[in-house]
Design a protein around this ligand. Structure first.
Ligand SMILES: Cc1cc2nc3c(=O)[nH]c(=O)nc-3n(C[C@H](O)[C@H](O)[C@H](O)COP(=O)(O)O)c2cc1C
Length: 176
């Protein structure tokens, strides 16, 4: 389904302020570049798309230096950060050349890098579709493999441009 671009729209700064009122988990997307070197970026624009087949999406800025590798490699790992990961998040939000020299990681079979220290869960994905929307590209991917750490850690959360963590109030499966 195609949606026509409309001209009645708010300014980008207001839009970003509105979206910053929606708390998000933080994930580092990792892949390999054309020289088989690990590359990656910090993201919050990520969500589940389908349970069967398992699919997720992540929106990547066209200006991202990791994007060409994501599009050519057509596979990546989503590393969901835990509360200890704010420095890792800032590192992967930078334009540093060798982001991986400052973090613990290991190659998966096939070589995709996975962050081993600051992750709460990871998902190994293969790209299904790349849809350009405005200044971002929406990457829709099928999840091939993944794992979750035992529930000893809290997630890293981003809200109104600040890092924080999770405070549980009510069990989400309880009926009101
Ligand atoms: C908390 C946080 C969330 C971010 N979320 C996204 C995102 O969802 N998509 C995106 O393209 N960039 C996002 N960024 C910005 C990128 O991480 C940043 O542009 C980074 O420098 C990209 O690295 P690269 O150019 O090496 O790929 C986010 C940054 C921060 C700090």
């Amino acid at each position: 389904m195609n949606v026509t671009r409309q001209d009645d729209r708010i300014d980008p700064a207001t839009f970003l302020s509105i979206m910053s009122a929606f708390p998000a988990g933080i994930a580092v997307i990792t892949t390999l570049n054309e020289n088989a070197q690990p590359v990656g970026l910090t993201t919050t624009a990520l969500c589940s798309v389908s349970a069967d087949p398992p699919a997720l999406l992540v929106c990547v800025d066209r200006a991202s230096r990791t994007l060409p590798s994501l599009l050519s490699r057509k596979e990546f790992v989503v590393n969901f950060l835990r509360e200890s990961g704010s420095a890792t998040s800032i590192l992967f939000a930078s334009k540093k050349d060798d982001k991986f020299s400052a973090v613990r990681w290991r190659p998966r079979p096939g070589g995709l890098p996975i962050l081993t220290e600051d992750s709460l869960a990871w998902a190994d994905c293969s790209l299904l579709e790349a849809v350009p929307v405005g200044d971002h590209v929406v990457l829709i991917a099928q999840v091939r493999e993944g794992d979750v750490s035992p529930p000893a850690h809290e997630p890293l959360v981003y809200f109104q441009r600040r890092f924080g963590t999770w405070t549980p109030l009510v069990d989400g499966e309880e009926k009101p």
